[in-house]
Design a protein. Structure first.
Length: 332
């Protein structure tokens, strides 16, 4: 947790040209069913790194690493084709205001019928970010940082000195802007260490690139909902298609982590099957999603009732349910 400058006036109305100067760096994506965006690709330049690409394109370092296995993130090389993971299954929660999914290190901002998606740094295992249903209480520009006693104690234990207040500027870890939350002591803020965006690095707050929080801070109103969830497995539908997105927490992927995700995927698919009997799941696609756990949505099946030639949904659903029973026994 971090402290911040005290009393701040309520969010003032923006001047007509103010928002134009703080235009978001990410697109407002239309949501189709439970899915938004599309994968994209980029040919790297000889001096590119994933950290630089992420900072430039508003993507997290780790999401680029996971989406591009086998490519050196510090020396991808001239003309290397990399995947930009800009397709998303929506978190399973209310689609309003801000939603932070800790498991994928992303912030979703729902507005005007669409969604903007940003990478965020979140709390470590020792200092986790809170699961909460909060709201924005104020906007802070050029915030000063008042480190809480716990963080000052950490510095002291390492033999380092941390002052009681760090003024705005390049040494301030809150960056250029921040949004204070009703969850006491927590902020969505910028950073003077951009490499940590999209990773577990903070004492519980949510770090964004300065260029992203500068725009978001002027777009989000006081009272905006802020939900924080932890969903490494996301399942969504789009016109009868079933999409699965699975996230491992780190660059390395242990067998224990794999087993945990298998169990979560199994439970979620069983729940889907109970809610929607007329589904057909492709085993190979599910296996690939869990084996990679790279955060890239994969089409794993469909609601076959919509494919019935004679229009009989009941017959199609019953047939699908029988096929599904035979299939699911193979691996659940």
């Amino acid at each position: 947790m971090v402290g911040f400058a005290g009393a701040e006036p309520e969010l003032p109305p923006e001047a007509p040209g103010e928002l134009a100067d703080q235009a978001p760096r990410v697109p407002l994506l239309p949501i189709t069913g439970d899915v938004a965006g599309d994968l994209a690709v980029l040919h790297t330049s000889y001096d590119d790194t994933f950290a630089q690409i992420g900072s430039r394109l508003s993507l997290g370092y780790l999401e680029l690493v996971k989406a591009n296995p086998g490519i050196d993130p510090w020396l991808p090389g001239e003309g290397t084709l990399i995947t930009l993971p800009r397709q998303y299954v929506m978190p399973e929660t209310r689609r309003e205001g801000i939603v932070v999914n800790l498991a994928e290190y992303r912030l979703y901002y729902f507005r005007d019928g669409g969604v903007e998606v940003y990478p965020v740094g979140v709390g470590t295992d020792d200092n986790p970010s809170p699961l909460t249903d909060a709201e924005v209480t104020m906007r802070l520009e050029s915030p000063a940082w008042y480190p809480p006693a716990s963080i000052r104690a950490e510095y002291t234990a390492r033999g380092e000195y941390l002052p009681r207040m760090i003024p705005p500027g390049p040494e301030n870890p809150l960056g250029t802007h921040a949004l204070a939350l009703s969850e006491a002591g927590y902020l969505i803020h910028g950073t003077n260490k951009g490499f940590g965006v999209g990773m577990q690095v903070s004492h519980g707050c949510f770090r964004m690139y300065n260029a992203d929080i500068a725009g978001l801070a002027f777009s989000v109103a006081k009272g905006t909902s802020v939900q924080v969830v932890d969903q490494p497995v996301k399942l969504g539908l789009n016109d009868g298609e079933i999409w699965l997105e699975v996230h491992r927490g780190e660059e390395e992927y242990s067998e224990q982590d794999r087993s945990v995700l298998w169990q979560q995927v199994s439970e979620r698919l069983e729940q889907l099957r109970e809610e929607m009997p007329g589904v057909e799941i492709q085993r190979e696609a599910v296996e690939l999603a869990v084996d990679q756990a790279d955060g890239i949505p994969r089409l794993i099946g469909e609601h076959v009732a919509r494919l019935a030639a004679d229009g009989s949904e009941a017959d199609a659903a019953a047939s699908s349910d029988q096929n599904n029973n035979n299939f699911l026994q193979l691996w659940f």
